[in-house]
Design a protein around this ligand. Structure first.
Ligand SMILES: [Zn+2]
Length: 392
């Protein structure tokens, strides 16, 4: 095992103290010391350095437990800022937010299937510059998080392949390299949203779960042991292109029988347009048809849910998650769809794996990805060290 340096240990403990105060506002130095097994003077030194850096505030004295009344501590979320960017087929969106991912400013540029990737990335880079320009003290910005739809090489910041963005091997540094004074984190949109669910959403109290985004396309991210599963070379959990029907319907990726070809919103929309005899139909009209149980859309939605359930059952057999969180068009159906999916998974997954299993809806809908892009920066800020070194 690598040798742990004193400076690493100091940074590690400082990060632990900051994390506790972030999660439990109003805690005292003595309680933190008890919690993490350090001496009170050691914790005090760490707290004092965090107060000096503006990351925490002293908010007055709490209840005495026999001695002097302890000073309570509070996390100062506005002490630093993050720029989050979301790049997808329908739009490019940027957000300036604080350390609780609360927005300070949001900018959005509409795009479409036919917008060239270069135009989308130029729009995204312009938004980054605009958001930086709004910040008086630029040193408060701790990083830029970018969520992109597609297979992403996170380490080298390259879009390897994206069907929705219609591109291959696009180097994001060509567009965002001018902001290299800030750490830049890039990840796939569903993986970003999985992180957002862990930090701020329905997955807060769970260590092992799978997040599934069933929107225009379908993607997923897995949290295991409290952190994002990222053992793969690029993006893991590209479940939208898992085969659910050998030689089935044509998918937009070029293959046949993918989950997306049945359960993604682009497929539902295409099938419904055909059913009503139109070349195209608006997203609003499709969602409305789902909500009012239009008889023409019902068999399409039933089939979409069926294949989504089969996929979740397969994932359950492989990973046995505590919960599955879903987001996307399924919100239009609500609890009855969740009940159907849960029953189907219990029926199709191996007995014993689903005793404690449940499927829940995301509460971050519409903003999960952009919060997730910010969370990639938070992950690095709050857990700055190599976890393997410390086995945490
Ligand atoms: Zn496919």
């Amino acid at each position: 095992m690598a040798k742990i340096r004193h400076s690493d240990m100091y940074a590690f403990n400082r990060s632990r103290v900051l994390n506790i105060i972030r999660k439990e506002s109003g805690i005292s130095r003595v309680d933190i010391a008890k919690r993490i097994g350090l001496s009170v003077p050691s914790v005090s030194a760490l707290v004092n350095s965090l107060v000096r850096d503006g990351l925490i505030n002293e908010i007055g004295a709490g209840e005495s437990q026999g001695g002097r009344r302890p000073i309570m501590l509070e996390f100062e979320a506005d002490a630093r800022l993050i720029i989050a960017i979301e790049i997808r087929q329908e739009y490019v969106r940027g957000m300036l937010c604080n350390l609780n991912a609360q927005p300070k400013d949001i900018r959005k540029v509409a795009s479409s299937e036919s917008t060239a990737i270069e135009k989308k990335l130029e729009a995204a880079a312009n938004i980054v510059q605009e958001l930086i320009d709004t910040v008086e003290d630029k040193e408060k910005i701790i990083g830029i998080g970018i969520a992109v739809t597609g297979v992403i090489d996170c380490k080298n910041r390259i879009i390897r392949y994206s069907a929705p963005l219609n591109c291959r091997n696009v180097h994001l540094d060509h567009f965002f390299g001018k902001f290299s004074m800030y750490p830049i984190h890039v990840n796939n949109i569903s993986r970003c949203e999985a992180l957002a669910e862990k930090w701020f959403g329905s997955g807060k109290d769970f260590s092992d779960f799978i997040f599934i985004y069933a929107g225009l396309g379908i993607g997923a991210g897995m949290i295991t042991g409290g952190t994002l599963y990222s053992q793969s070379q690029y993006s893991a959990m590209e479940i939208g292109h898992n085969t659910v029907h050998a030689d089935g319907e044509q998918c937009r990726c070029g293959m046949k029988g993918c989950l997306e070809a049945y359960s993604a919103f682009w497929s539902i929309k295409k099938q419904y347009a055909k059913a009503v005899g139109k070349d195209n139909i608006s997203e609003e009209d499709v969602l409305k048809a789902i909500q009012v149980h239009d008889p023409l859309i019902k068999p399409i939605v039933d089939r979409a849910l069926y294949y989504l359930g089969i996929e979740i059952a397969n994932l359950t057999n492989i990973f046995n998650p505590e919960i599955v969180i879903v987001d996307g068009w399924i919100h239009a159906l609500g609890s009855e769809a969740l009940e159907y999916l849960t029953n189907l998974v219990k029926e199709r997954a191996l007995e014993g794996l689903t005793d404690q299993f449940s499927i829940i809806l995301s509460k971050l809908t519409g903003k999960g990805v952009i919060i997730g892009a910010a969370t990639t920066v938070l992950e690095s800020f709050f857990q700055p060290l190599n976890k393997e070194l410390f086995q945490v």
